[in-house]
Design a protein around this ligand. Structure first.
Ligand SMILES: *[C@@H]1O[C@H](CO)[C@@H](O)[C@H](O)[C@H]1NC(C)=O
Length: 313
């Protein structure tokens, strides 16, 4: 499992120069394959919105590739390049949650991208490819991206060994500048991916669960001080969390350990905001929201009825 350990973040910076990034930018030939209508309709006057939207998508996913996410991990939304998300962007990333502002969107898209120093296999996203893409009007696009993972451990024979890839399926709505205003994204099979990157150890393994709880408690005590403090002691935290269900990574939103293990990453970025999410109450994020609220809250999330947000008018 990708276990973040930002104490070692500085080491990550030292490794930057040595990391080989897969080139993710498609050739013009690939682009024409992925945009079948780009050429086939009105070739002389084809608007370039599809290409513009593709580029926004591409720039977003490029920032999940290690080490491109590190400035955002350190500096939050202020370190994000302009033009990707609007200031009041909102969206959903199933199975993690709803994100109701710019800072949350930035954090959940980029700060959760694994750093090699933070997990047992030294894995990170090292390349991406937008494998499916469609944009039939300037406001809307749909995409599927493969996020390729591999071992980042320069000097070791393991360096570059491919790890299981992640997939993200997403619908996007843009403002008039081609900046993302709303998104509805889904990472399928996250649970299997966690198990595979953890060497095939099932999440149900009691030792895995115990060490995950210990890690959450150790790092929470380390990062959440003063008003952000969640537990009296690591022992208290372990005792409390051991009473909660572990949960599963395909439905991580809940009052469980899987949810807290994801939100734990962000306690490093903004402890005041994220410490409560890993604490006893779940801080409104790791809580047992009803099914309909977790997956069908389009109206409150996007401000328009279901079926209105991601369609060309
Ligand atoms: C991806 O990020 C790298 C590093 O910042 C940059 O050199 C490259 O141009 C970017 N590619 C795209 C398609 O944005």
């Amino acid at each position: 499992m990708f276990r973040p350990n930002f104490i070692l973040l500085a080491l990550g910076w030292a490794l930057l120069q040595q990391v080989h990034l897969a080139n993710a930018w498609p050739t013009p030939h690939q682009l024409s394959q992925w945009l079948p209508h780009f050429k086939s309709q009105r070739p002389q006057t084809q608007p370039d919105f599809a290409r513009r939207n593709f580029e926004t998508m591409s720039r977003i996913y490029n920032l999940t590739v290690y080490p491109n996410q590190l400035p955002i991990l350190g500096g939050g939304g202020a370190a994000a390049p302009p033009g990707l998300f609007t200031q009041d962007v909102r969206g959903r990333v199933t199975p993690v949650g709803d994100f109701e502002d710019f800072e949350h969107s930035i954090e959940y898209f980029f700060s959760l991208s694994p750093v090699p120093q933070g997990n047992a296999v030294k894995g990170a996203i090292t390349g991406y490819r937008i494998v499916e893409f469609s944009s039939q009007c300037p406001e809307i696009a749909a995409s599927v991206v493969y996020l390729y993972c591999s071992v980042v451990d320069p000097g070791s024979p393991d360096h570059g060994r491919p790890l299981p890839a992640l997939k993200q399926v997403a619908f996007w709505r843009f403002d008039s500048q081609g900046t993302v205003a709303y998104y509805d994204a889904w990472i399928p099979n996250l649970h299997s991916w966690v198990e595979l990157t953890n060497g095939g150890v099932p999440v149900s393994d009691p030792q895995f669960q115990a060490s995950s709880i210990t890690q959450i408690c150790t790092l929470t005590q380390l990062r959440c001080h003063g008003e952000n403090r969640q537990w009296d002691s690591i022992e208290q935290c372990i005792a409390d969390l051991s009473q909660k269900p572990y949960g599963n990574y395909d439905e991580a939103w809940g009052d469980n350990i899987a949810c807290r293990s994801i939100h734990l990453v962000l306690t490093q970025v903004r402890p005041d905001v994220h410490c409560p999410h890993v604490g006893p109450t779940g801080g409104g994020k790791c809580v047992n929201a009803p099914y309909a609220e977790r997956y069908f809250s389009d109206e409150s999330l996007f401000g328009s009825p279901s079926g209105e947000t991601f369609v060309c008018k």
